[in-house]
Design a protein around this ligand. Structure first.
Ligand code: ADP
Ligand code: ZN
Ligand code: ZN
Length: 755
């Protein structure tokens, strides 16, 4: 039976989304109204008809049934983009377990009035001469206001809007009329200005200067475009070695799909969203492209969305949230570096951009193109099993570019040789060589500041908690109270002075930060010019771009940095990449840590030797025999995938099983333990018949944040829907049990960030 009532939002603004109004669905419209439908409804005391959108349904009236008004009509024909975004919100609510309000806030570009961000102004579009000619005509018609404004503008050219309507007393109607005559423009100062640095708004490259795709690239392009033309949109995984020219494939595909009157969204991990990437798109699409990122103000972001909706731009580049660009005729969604954890939201609703992109594309009849040199195990598995279509690029695109020579340095051996510096002898030698040759060097550390784990520098053993399978973390470093702590169970011990396994006194936290490396470069190579790129040096809006362009222009010999330096950059003079400590992310506490490490190492290795000069990569590690390090050094994704797949299958992790993390937070620890245990009992009961695996509860890796305690329960099952069902059951159960009132609970399907 169709539901009887619909919850409707009146308008898409912040306040409106927080408030829904219940309406009766009239007999005649039963079964025709869907989530997202645009309807007209009598509103307020005067019952004036207004437009609204259906966001949910109910069977029970929320107040006096007699007083509930009826929906007047439903909009037929073309679906407005708002409707499809609301439908997408419903999908997010359903699949990731959030409230509809949170889901709506995620997908809708919400106008928030922020004062002082943009200033309206009036600009004269005529030359002074043309304006002079216009004046007599206005005078003749006795258009006093027009004369007044035009005279002012002839002096100033641009006048603040407030002045025009205020002191000059020009009415909105007059302004509109003059706008129509193309005498003036009303614009917003600051509008769009900082979004792309002015110098980069260069004109498109002439057609005859374009780089032509090679055979491999062309095959991939044709396949995607032909399918699309035939009305067969699909999901494609473009697996291409670093430097194989995936970006050109994106650009060509987008060009052809945009030519059919469609629009494109390109998702890029925030960290890689640099002027280099944007510049490549600008060269092809000019002002058709705009970007989005977290450093834009809310107002600026909203403006970008408006431009997309109005058809002023057709290509949107941005991180996860750009997925919700309100394009009316979306043709393709590209997700570059699709393996990145950044595509999974860390806040509720904890959606994965890849999955939501596939759903949005399905609704819009669009294609999805995932690209990576090191696809996530999930995506590669889906591509191999036929759920996605696999396209591969095996060769580097530039003829002269070859894959770099990779060598592994065993840091345990270095110590035996008496080398206690951050740089192995091999790395030091190569650095000296490149500096002498005036070639550039990149040094990569896969973590900022002090790293978590502590190990013996002679035998490489990592200090682990006796109660949990996690490494201990150094606390109160450098003080007398130096301790090792387990973040999972709270176990603590004094930091030992010798290694219990080999008695070596060289025990060290892996306290290598980017600053430390910079320091050491100064010691060994005092004449080298160094740039550092990490979270500290990139706080300002354009810092990323500044550092990268300085390096690209040869203003420094060495670039030291974190993750941010390995993503997608293309420096042809870099011939050496040093990976200072490859193991750093290997001992993170989640099932994705090997995949993440492999991807980082491969990407880092891919930075060297991109031009005509051949490159070297040095991987320093304490675990040279670990399959992840070993396969990464050979840049052998297939071998890595096979090992990793076996491990995931054995331990029941995605893609072989779905995992639901139920995260709980409470002011009091005992209460939290009690509530988590009780919930677990219910999970076990509900899951008995269909074989749900329940793990935990256990403390989160950081058990207390802001005085709130955190625990987590994991559920595993092959069927996603079974987990969704059990999530719904648990929500229903907790709503009816007062004890859970003060307990914050959130759900995370197939988590990619550890708890
Ligand atoms: P990926 O993203 O796959 O690592 P890029 O898209 O950054 O690779 O391309 C690597 C380099 O190869 C870039 O400098 C790019 O301009 C160049 N390139 C791409 N396609 C071609 C081609 N068909 N011919 C020549 N150079 C190309
Ligand atoms: Zn030891
Ligand atoms: Zn422990």
């Amino acid at each position: 039976m169709s539901p009887r009532y619909a919850d409707i939002i009146i308008d898409i603004s912040h306040e409106a989304i927080d408030r829904t109004f219940q309406y009766k669905i009239p007999e005649g419209l039963l079964g025709q109204i869907r989530i997202g439908s645009e309807v007209s409804i009598p509103f307020g005391r005067g019952n004036h008809l207004r437009n609204g959108y259906v966001v949910s349904f109910s069977d029970i009236p929320s107040f006096d049934e007699e007083k509930i008004k009826e929906i007047a009509d439903i909009r037929k024909g073309a679906v407005p983009v708002e409707s499809s975004l609301i439908e997408l919100a419903a999908y997010i609510r359903e699949c990731y377990g959030s409230t509809m309000i949170n889901a709506l806030k995620t997908v809708m570009p919400i106008k928030e009035k922020i004062k002082g961000l943009t200033r309206k102004q009036v600009r004269l579009l005529l030359s002074k001469h043309e304006a002079e000619e216009k004046l007599p005509a206005y005078r003749k018609k006795n258009a006093k206001a027009k004369v007044r404004l035009l005279t002012e503008l002839m002096d100033e050219c641009v006048i603040p809007y407030s002045l025009v309507t205020g002191k000059l007393n020009i009415s909105a109607a007059t302004l509109k009329a003059m706008q129509k005559e193309n005498v003036i423009a009303i614009e917003e100062e600051g509008y769009y200005r900082d979004v792309v640095k002015t110098g980069d708004k260069e004109i498109r490259t002439q057609d005859n200067l374009r780089v032509m795709p090679n055979e491999e690239q062309q095959a991939a392009i044709d396949r995607i475009v032909t399918d699309y033309e035939k009305g067969n949109p699909g999901t494609y995984l473009l697996k291409g070695v670093t430097g194989s020219g995936k970006t050109l494939v994106y650009i060509e595909v987008i060009d052809r799909i945009v030519a059919m009157g469609k629009q494109a969204i390109v998702l890029i991990p925030e960290i890689a969203l640099t002027y280099q990437t944007v510049k490549r798109f600008r060269k092809r699409f000019g002002g058709q492209v705009t970007i989005m990122n977290s450093k834009l103000s809310k107002g600026e972001r909203y403006d970008q969305f408006e431009k997309a909706k109005n058809g002023e731009v057709t290509v949107m580049i941005g991180p996860r949230s750009a997925l919700f660009t309100p394009f009316k005729n979306l043709g393709i969604i590209v997700i570059d570096e699709e393996h990145e954890a950044a595509y999974k939201s860390e806040y509720p609703p904890k959606y994965h951009a890849r999955e939501v992109a596939i759903e949005r594309a399905r609704m819009a009849g669009a294609s999805v193109l995932l690209g990576s040199a090191t696809p996530s195990v999930e995506s590669y598995y889906f591509a191999k099993s036929g759920a996605y279509q696999l396209l591969t690029l095996e060769k580097r695109a530039k003829k002269e570019a070859r894959l770099a020579q990779v060598s592994i340095v065993d840091l345990r051996e270095e110590l035996k040789l008496g080398n206690r510096s951050i740089f192995s002898n091999r790395l030091k030698e190569l650095m000296a060589d490149r500096l002498a040759k005036k070639q550039q060097v990149m040094l990569f550390i896969n973590r900022r500041g002090f790293a978590g784990f502590i190990s013996c520098r002679s035998c490489g053993s990592v200090f682990k908690c006796p109660h949990c399978d996690v490494s201990l973390t150094e606390h109160d470093k450098g003080t007398l109270r130096e301790r090792l702590v387990c973040h999972y169970c709270g176990y603590e011990q004094k930091k030992p002075t010798v290694c219990p396994k080999c008695q070596s006194p060289y025990i060290a936290g892996f306290g290598i930060g980017t600053q430390k490396v910079e320091e050491q470069i100064r010691t060994y190579f005092p004449e080298a010019k160094v740039l550092r790129m990490d979270a500290d040096t990139t706080k300002n809006k354009h810092a990323h771009e500044t550092i990268l362009s300085q390096f690209a222009n040869g203003e420094a010999d060495i670039l030291v940095g974190t993750q941010m330096i390995v993503k997608g950059h293309d420096f042809s003079n870099v011939t050496l990449m040093g990976i200072i400590a490859a193991d750093l992310t290997l001992f993170d506490h989640d099932y994705k840590s090997a995949e993440r490490t492999f991807a980082l190492l491969t990407q880092a290795a891919g930075r060297a030797g991109r031009g005509s000069l051949s490159g070297d990569v040095v991987i320093q590690t304490y675990n040279p025999e670990h399959y992840c390090i070993e396969t990464a050094s050979r840049q052998d994704y297939e071998a890595f995938y096979e090992e990793e797949k076996a491990y995931r299958s054995l331990l029941k992790y995605p893609p072989f099983c779905h995992v639901l993390a139920v995260f709980m937070e409470h002011d009091r620890y005992e209460e939290l333990v009690f509530l988590a245990d009780r919930l677990k009992e219910h999970f076990v009961k509900w899951g008995q018949d269909n074989g749900i695996l329940v793990i935990g509860p256990c403390d989160a890796s950081i058990v207390k944040i802001n005085d709130r305690y955190r625990r987590v329960v994991y559920l595993k099952h092959v069927q996603y829907n079974t987990l969704v069902e059990i999530k719904n059951k648990s929500e229903y159960f907790m709503e009816r049990d007062a004890a859970y009132k003060d307990c914050y609970v959130s759900f995370d399907f197939d988590p990619v960030h550890g708890y």
